[in-house]
Design a protein around this ligand. Structure first.
Ligand code: CO
Length: 137
């Protein structure tokens, strides 16, 4: 069967100071931010830095009860999740469920940049939080 994962969409890094992290990528690597967005439902602000066809997603919490705030508290700054680009988020999510996997989102939901996303629990995916990302036309 053909892989349901077509590309790495983004690698998400949790940071305490979004502006400082952006400035570091700009100053050191000459990278530029392509997109910034605050996702109120997730309690995060993000900045996307393009690397070829993928992104580095710098993530910071916008409120104390955000999952990313809890992550920073317990694990500190660093790799938070990997986003895999998929043709159909629902199909990829069902494949995880059919294999007995634990999911965080029971159904695809809106993500940033107008995408459709669903998270897979890291207990299922060998310790890495996975986000399935479908770009919508
Ligand atoms: Co993400």
């Amino acid at each position: 069967m053909e892989s349901l994962l077509s590309e790495i969409d983004h690698v998400a890094i949790a940071v305490r100071d979004l502006d400082a992290a952006i400035a570091w990528y700009e100053d050191v690597f000459g990278a530029t931010v392509e997109h910034r967005e605050t996702v109120e439902s997730d309690g995060v602000a993000e900045a996307l830095i393009r690397v070829s066809d993928s992104y580095i997603q710098l993530l910071t919490p916008t409120r104390d009860d955000s999952p990313v705030a809890k992550y920073l508290e317990t694990k500190g700054e660093g790799l938070h999740h990997i986003g895999y680009r998929v043709a159909d988020c629902g199909v990829a999510l069902e494949a995880v469920k059919a294999a007995g996997g634990r999911v965080i989102d029971a159904a695809p939901r809106p993500g940033s940049r107008g995408t459709l996303v669903a998270f897979v629990h890291p207990k299922t995916s060998f310790g890495t939080l996975i986000e399935l990302v479908q770009e919508r036309p």
